[in-house]
Design a protein around this ligand. Structure first.
Ligand code: ADP
Length: 246
């Protein structure tokens, strides 16, 4: 695996019965980059994210992370290596405070290894405040998560990933349902996270906005990579335009 790469998925094949969702897809994700996974509906984006997070076992191909072959690693093993997946609909406990959601998101991911909770409580609270500050939600720390707006819930989901010491954050359509101003703010924050040592691989449809902030883009089509490169160049590639129209 070339140095500077955090993740390399090569020749990934995933079949569901007779349907081939991924047909030899290969992507490389450099350390501290913001990479977009784009493509029309059904092109295999979410399936690739699920293979990388360990939710699905591939039928072929390899996934390397920090040079380690994780193709067959369990999801919790990947989480301990710093691979954290967020979801389109944030999974929060609506009656719990924002702060507790950040802390307990972390505890449950780590539960079997957690001892001496009381001793660590102070540390965890301090860390939770730090990550809430990074996502600019610290002023909301004592509010119930159910009171947050759609955009703030996405920030909370990112805060939980940071609390879990995520190195590689896998995100499924974070921009969905946000107005353009909030989408700009969210992608800008994601860009800032790359300067704090995080790497983001993001399935996204809001390409006009996300393209301004991302370093690199892959376009999947029929389970393979159709185009890759700087987002501006990829989006003006006639094959990509055609794929989105088809
Ligand atoms: P995208 O995220 O690009 O919209 P997906 O990865 O969700 O595409 O899906 C790729 C193809 O695989 C689609 O044809 C979809 O219907 C199929 N697929 C995805 N997940 C499953 C599943 N769990 N069972 C059966 N087919 C699936």
């Amino acid at each position: 695996m070339p140095s500077g790469l955090l993740l390399q998925a090569s020749g990934v094949v995933k079949k569901f019965g007779g349907l081939t969702a991924l047909d030899g897809a290969s992507i490389s994700v450099p350390q501290n980059s913001f990479v977009i996974l784009a493509g029309p509906n059904g092109s295999g984006k979410t399936t690739l994210l699920n293979v990388i997070s360990g939710l699905y076992r591939p039928d072929g191909g390899k996934v390397l992370y920090q040079g380690l072959d994780i193709t067959h690693a369990r999801p919790y093993e990947r989480a301990r290596l710093g691979i954290v997946r967020t979801f389109q609909t944030p999974r929060v406990a609506t009656k719990m405070s924002v702060l507790d959601n950040v802390i307990f998101g972390h505890i449950s991911a780590d539960a079997p290894f957690e001892f001496g909770w009381a001793r660590r409580e102070g540390e965890l609270v301090e860390k939770a405040f730090k990550v809430l500050k990074v996502v600019k939600l610290d002023h909301m720390w004592d509010r119930a998560a159910g009171e947050l707006s759609g955009g703030q819930l996405k920030l909370l989901e990112i805060a939980r990933a940071l609390m879990a010491d995520a190195k590689l954050i896998l995100m499924d359509e974070p921009g969905a349902g946000l107005n353009p101003t909030l989408a700009h703010e969210l992608f800008k924050l994601m860009r800032e996270l790359t300067q704090r040592g995080h790497t983001l691989l993001v399935v996204e449809h809001r390409l006009d906005i996300a393209a301004e902030y991302a370093d690199y883009m892959y376009v999947l089509y029929n389970g393979r990579v159709l185009a890759e490169g700087r987002p501006g160049e990829v989006l003006s590639d006639p094959r990509v335009v055609q794929a989105f129209l088809a």
